[in-house]
Each structure stands twice: as C-alpha cells, then as structure tokens.
Design a protein around this ligand. Structure first.
Ligand SMILES: Cc1ncc(COP(=O)(O)O)c(C=O)c1O
Length: 394
C-alpha cells in the first residue's frame, strides 16, 4: 500500500518501546520485593476529583450527551475565561477561547490554520516530540534550535533572530517545557514575541503545564503580553484529566471563525461529557484539591531532584514547573558500562526495576546523554526509586 509522505514523515514515538518493555518486565517482577516503578509516564498519578466525577456521571445519567457547538460549551468558555482572571490576572474574553479534544487537537487546529506547505517553525531542542509532528502533519517543517542549560533549554529572542529566514513562519514554544520542566522568563518571551510580530510571524505557545508552576517569577501566562499570542492549554495536567481528552486554545479574534470552521469539520465538537465534567473543575472545592496536589508535585520535586544530583544524575536546571527531571546520565551510564541514555534507560529498568525515558524522542543535540524522569508518582515510590538508583550507581 502506498502511504502518504506526510504520514511517513512522522517518526515513531520511541518512548513507547520503553513503555512496552517496562510493562513486560513489570509482569515478570510483580509480586517480588522489587516491583516495577514507573517514572517514565508523562501524566499525573491523580485522577479527576470527586465533584468532576459526579458532574460526568450526572451528564451521562441525564442524557446530556449530544454534540455541543464546535468551539465548546459557552458556560465552559466563560469558566476558563474567569480562571485566567482569577489565577493569572489576565483578561481573556470567552469568545477567543476554543475548547478542543486536548491540547493535541488545539495544536493540530492551530497548525492547520496557520502553516502553509514549506513553512518553518522554530522550536527548542529538546522539546515535546508531538509538537514537531503537528507541524509536519500540516506540511510544515519543524526546525529544532539547540538550547543550553544556561538558556533554561528555551529559545531566546537572539536565537530566534539568528535562525529566522524567509521560510520561517513562527515559533512553537512550551513553557514550562516537557521534558525539562523549565520555563521562558516572561520578559524574554515578550522580546521573542515582539521580534516574531515584527516579522509578521506567529507565536504559538504551549502552556499545558502552566497550572503546575512552582515559581511565581515564571508562572505567568504569555497571554498577558499581547492578544496576538496563541496559547494552548489543557485539562490533562493541572486538572488531572488526561484520558478525558479536553483542552483549549486562546486565539486572536480574527482566528476564531477559522478555528471554528476547522473544528466543525475535523472533530464536530470536543467530548460533551468531558465538557460538563470540566465545569466542576472550577468549583472552590476542586480548585482547593488541585492546589493541594500542586503543592504535592512541588514537594516531590524538592525531594527528588537533589536526590538525583547527589547520585551523579545531574539535573542542570531546577525545573520551575510540570513534573519532570531532565538528567544528564553521562557519568552514570559510564558506571554501568552503557554507551548512552537509550541503553542506560534499559539497564536501569533491568537492574533497578525503575522505568525512565531516554532522551531520544525529544531532539537530537544532547539527547543521547539525557534521560527524563517523571515525578508524577507518590513520594513513597520516589523515595524507593532514589534508594534503588543510589545503590545501583554506588
Ligand atoms: C508539552 C505538551 N504539549 C501537549 C501535550 C498533549 O496533551 P493533551 O493530553 O492535552 O492532548 C503534552 C502531553 O504530554 C505535552 O507534554
């Protein structure tokens, strides 16, 4: 069968190979004194809080399950708008909010709406692999720009200027980032956006981890800069609803009808049950629970990153958000006699029964030296993992 070139261009998600091997090993070591610990998974270990579950059950019971409008329930767009005001002090009118099937659908819609065949989008190396693939599915080219620890693994205005050429359409940034958990400083983001605007380009900002920010200096939405910034967000991470498939994107007024037309045709609407459930996310009781969980994520970070550093798995930049640790495993891999982070990850899995993600999917530059740990696991599991890794690398 002849497969379309756009599909052939999408690289495999190597992380899944690690996940498959981890699940296989988990079955083998279940019931032993060292069951598998999964630190490779990029999703919260929490589920939707009670009010959200009840709202979903109520929607199903009452038969409120028909299609909604393509841009989502107006009541939900209003609640999201209010959340921006309450949480970030930014005025975002509900009419500019398009509710989608997760950040993934939001990114696809934005790329399909704005990228022409051959357009280039600048993004940092390392970054979330699917974001490159959304660009290439829209027939554009993702240009990975190498970043350093000193740059918090983010692009700067200078780097964007340096790499901008006649084909460049814009930047796709994630702040905080997956896999590093580091953010762009708001002033730098402003400089980047001003440069991009001066070239008639687009600033596409993935703020899916913004709710899980641990540092007030970084935890501000790029929407405060300008209403031309396009910000993608989601109920997956802060709101702990990964499998519910619900997110949103805030777009400039001129883009709303375009996104609506695309969303009508490609998706009809996001899940109605998930939308009704999500309304309950903004109840004070739910927000209090989310804030308690955010504090828990921070406590995990504060324990686990120093523990990694102490055993020679150096995390060059303390993450200011999300739940990841991007650790240099060069010295540790040498100790185990493994040539790079891919083999290191498999060896750690085999010997310590701790699953981690090798850097390979996230870029090209330093990724053979880095692994990503997810701290979205209980403190007890993180402590046990740290003890096993320390013993392995002693
Ligand atoms: C940076 C980033 N953007 C987007 C997504 C997709 O999230 P969603 O579940 O909202 O589609 C993820 C998921 O891990 C992510 O890490």
């Amino acid at each position: 069968m002849r497969i379309a070139r756009r599909a052939e261009r999408i690289e495999p998600f190597y992380v899944m190979e690690v996940a498959k091997a981890a699940s296989q090993l988990a079955r083998e070591v279940a019931g032993t004194d060292r069951p598998m610990i999964f630190l490779n998974i990029g999703e919260p270990d929490f589920t939707a809080p009670p009010l959200v579950q009840e709202a979903a059950a109520r929607a199903v019971r009452d038969g409120v399950t028909q299609y909604t409008q393509a841009t989502g329930l107006d009541s939900l767009r209003e609640r999201i708008s209010q959340w921006y005001a309450d949480r970030f002090g930014v005025q975002v009118p509900a009419r500019r909010i398009v509710v989608t099937a997760g950040a993934s659908a939001a990114l696809q819609l934005a790329c399909l709406a704005l990228i022409e065949a051959g357009d280039e989008m600048l993004m940092p190396d390392p970054s979330y692999p699917c974001n490159r693939h959304f660009v290439s599915a829209a027939e554009g080219t993702a240009v990975l720009v190498p970043t350093t620890a000193a740059e918090r693994y983010q692009l700067s205005a200078d780097k964007v200027r340096e790499h901008w050429n006649a084909k460049t359409r814009g930047v796709l940034l994630a702040s905080p980032s997956n896999p590093t958990g580091t953010s762009i400083h708001p002033q730098e983001l402003r400089r980047i956006h001003e440069f991009v605007q001066s070239r008639g380009g687009i600033t596409l900002l993935d703020e899916i981890y913004l709710g899980l920010s641990h540092d007030a200096a970084f935890g501000q939405s790029g929407l405060a800069i300008d209403d031309q910034v396009i910000s993608v967000n989601s109920f997956s991470k802060y709101f702990n609803m990964t499998g519910w498939r619900l997110g949103w994107v805030v777009v400039p007024d001129a883009l709303v009808p375009v996104m609506e037309r695309l969303a009508q045709n490609l998706f009809i609407c996001p899940s109605t049950v998930a939308q009704h459930a999500a309304l309950a996310c903004f109840e004070p009781e739910s927000i209090a629970e989310y804030e308690r969980r955010r504090a828990e994520f921070k406590a995990r970070r504060d324990f686990f990153i120093p523990a990694l550093n102490a055993m020679g798995l150096n995390v060059p930049v303390m993450p200011d958000g999300a739940f990841y640790a991007w650790a240099d495993c060069t010295a540790a891999a040498e100790k185990l006699g493994t040539p790079g982070s891919w083999d290191f990850a498999f060896e750690v899995m085999r010997l310590a029964h701790v699953a981690v993600t090798p850097g390979r999917d996230f870029g090209t530059v330093e990724t053979s030296r880095f692994v990503r740990f997810s701290t979205a696991n209980s403190m007890a599991q993180l402590q046990e993992s740290a003890a096993r890794l320390k013993a392995l690398l002693a």
